[in-house]
Design a protein around this ligand. Structure first.
Ligand code: SF4
Length: 249
């Protein structure tokens, strides 16, 4: 194509662009200089250099993390085999800035139906335990589990399942910023403290979990099966209450 043909083509395209964009043809000054024709014929190259490498949608700022976002991600999570047998996901519930974060091992049969943590007989006992030291899930607590989907037949969650689910709990702790953590039972306590020490030795002793005071006690479902553990569990609750009173000062 000769320079003049290129120019005529550029002029036609520019006029067409004006007509489409503004409804009339602007009076642009064009020259037959081959340089100008070349410049007019190659704006696409210049534009290409200025085009972003990723789509504008991907450049939008990432929204801040939130409990509902964690819950939504749990809802669609397939990171471990527990997703295959779950009915409902159980991300946890409670207040957004809890004094106490209560952590169990995993949802049971009732929780798997309702999508809410600790709603079966063990949950009712937990509510009574909390109420005995003036706490409730509606006012001062957030209740969740290490794994958010029910292990089949109420078996213990496996280490690889807890590992897969751990980022959700880590994000919840980061968002909730609880003053204290109450860990219920052997599985959650041993996992979070990365120890194999018996719960009978760990319970009632203040530990540290990433800078947050952490108190292990028996799981309410264990208390339902073993009356002998109710007294030490009550002692643990008194230990928790004493720490709460210190916080209030
Ligand atoms: S237990 Fe946790 S990691 Fe496993 S599928 Fe459920 S949400 Fe995902």
């Amino acid at each position: 194509m000769t320079a003049e043909q290129k120019y005529n083509l550029a002029l036609f395209l520019a006029t067409l662009e004006d007509m489409l964009c503004t409804g009339y043809a602007s009076k642009r000054a064009y020259s037959f200089s081959p340089d100008i024709v070349d410049a007019a014929a190659e704006p696409a190259e210049e534009q290409k250099e200025q085009e972003p490498l990723v789509s504008p949608a991907l450049q939008e700022p990432v929204p801040p993390d939130s409990l509902s976002r964690v819950a939504n991600e749990v809802y669609i999570c397939t990171a471990c085999p527990l997703h295959k047998t779950r009915t409902a996901t159980v991300p946890g519930e409670g207040v957004e800035k809890p004094i106490v974060l209560v952590i169990g091992e995993g949802p049971g049969a009732e929780e798997n139906k309702s999508g809410r943590p600790f709603v079966g007989p063990a949950g009712q006992l937990l509510d009574k335990m909390l109420a005995s030291i003036n706490l409730s899930r509606e006012k001062q607590c957030f209740i969740t589990n290490v794994v958010k989907c029910r292990p089949p037949f109420n078996r213990d969650p496996q280490p690889d399942e807890m590992l897969s689910c751990m980022p959700f709990l880590a994000r919840q702790i980061d968002l909730l910023k609880p003053k204290l953590i109450l860990s219920l039972g052997r599985i959650s306590t041993q996992w979070l403290l990365q120890t194999d020490e018996a719960i009978s030795r760990l319970r009632g002793q203040w530990k540290d979990y990433h800078g947050i005071p952490f108190l292990p006690t028996y799981h309410p479902s264990a208390l339902l099966h073993n009356e002998m553990w109710k007294r030490p569990a009550w002692e643990d609750l008194k230990t928790l209450k004493a720490r709460l009173q210190e916080l209030e000062k």
